[in-house]
Design a protein. Structure first.
Length: 107
């Protein structure tokens, strides 16, 4: 039995989400399997996983009002673990990129 060393407890969600590059270019859909205050586990199709950069924006709503900048901390065949990053100066660029991705998803 392994010991859970996470600083923040995880909550199972099973919610649809979308990933995009910093410039707003859509990468693909994913499912938010579980989430904590510091990160998440995303279920990702292999074709999306192959295009997923080490840093990206996770869009949680089609209107892009809820999004988080993420950094990959582990990868598996059908999932990735990410840490949410809140670097200074990222907020406005993330919002623009997330809005661009949301527009592409709605099209």
């Amino acid at each position: 039995m392994s010991i859970d060393r996470r600083a923040s407890p995880r909550k199972a969600l099973g919610r649809d989400a979308f990933v995009c590059c910093d410039d707003g270019k859509p990468i693909g859909a994913c499912q938010l399997s579980d989430v904590s205050a510091s990160g998440a586990r995303l279920a990702v199709a292999p074709r999306v996983l192959a295009k997923l950069p080490d840093e990206f924006i996770l869009v949680l709503a089609k209107q892009a009002k809820v999004h988080r900048r993420c950094r990959v901390v582990w990868r598996r065949a059908d999932a990735v673990g990410v840490r949410f990053s809140n670097r200074p100066g990222v907020g406005s660029r993330s919002a623009v990129a997330a809005n661009s991705a949301a527009s592409a998803v709605r099209s």
